[in-house]
Design a protein around this ligand. Structure first.
Ligand code: 5GP
Length: 198
């Protein structure tokens, strides 16, 4: 049986990157998909580990060749999930985790309706704004745009498998992992029923 495709998504500022990192720290049997991006490498990031850093031309060539499972433009850059590695991992029975923004998550759902989509939500819009201000990466205008986007993204919430609030970080990570384990347990049960000799 194929591995499970887990997608961790949510509005900008909900903490999906940090939650994803911690989930991977605690769970070995999960492979993170390394996305491709056209954005500049930040200090401390490693090509091939954090992202595959490619040029705009190379990214567009991958789109044209149908090599992207999904992609989105975010902040003036392309971000996307290369298809080949995901299919290979899932076919070999590995569970795969994607940490992507909501446009991409909804594209994945169209191609892989069986994917498990986790939507991280903030405790309040005021707190979301506060987190965006505190991380200090965006201008005031960009923050206003992120908040407007977040409202549209929240309207799509019913397309996800589960909603998890990221209020207390520790509780959120525990809840995400518990949900993943539930999904694995369900799959194991199905496999055992299918293989049962009667
Ligand atoms: P950052 O530039 O901060 O690493 O990422 C910006 C946003 O891009 C984050 O919301 C992250 O989840 C999203 N992202 C990273 N990789 C992908 C991807 O492969 N596809 C999509 N659609 N979004 C991605």
């Amino acid at each position: 049986m194929q591995g499970i495709l887990f997608v961790l998504s949510g509005p900008s500022g909900t903490g999906k990157g940090t939650v994803c990192k911690e989930v991977l720290n605690r769970e070995d049997d999960l492979t993170l998909s390394v996305s491709a991006t056209t954005r500049e490498k930040r200090v401390g990031e490693v090509d091939g580990e954090t992202y595959h850093y490619v040029t705009k031309d190379a990214f567009e060539a991958m789109i044209d060749k149908g090599e992207m499972l999904e992609y989105a433009q975010y902040n003036g850059n392309y971000y996307g999930t290369p298809k080949a590695s995901i299919e290979e991992l899932l076919n070999s029975g590995r569970d795969v985790l994607l940490e992507i923004e909501p446009q991409g998550a909804l594209q994945v759902k169209k191609l892989f309706p069986e994917a498990v989509l986790v939507f991280l939500v903030p405790p309040s819009m005021a707190e979301l704004k506060n987190r965006l201000i505190t991380r200090g990466r965006e201008s005031e205008a960009e923050i206003a745009e992120r908040i407007a986007n977040a409202k549209w993204e929240l309207e799509q919430a019913d397309k996800y498998t589960v909603l998890i609030e990221n209020d207390d970080f520790e509780e959120c990570v525990t809840e995400v992992l518990a949900y993943f384990y539930t999904k694995r347990k369900e799959r194991a049960k199905i496999i055992s029923l299918i293989n049962e000799k009667v």
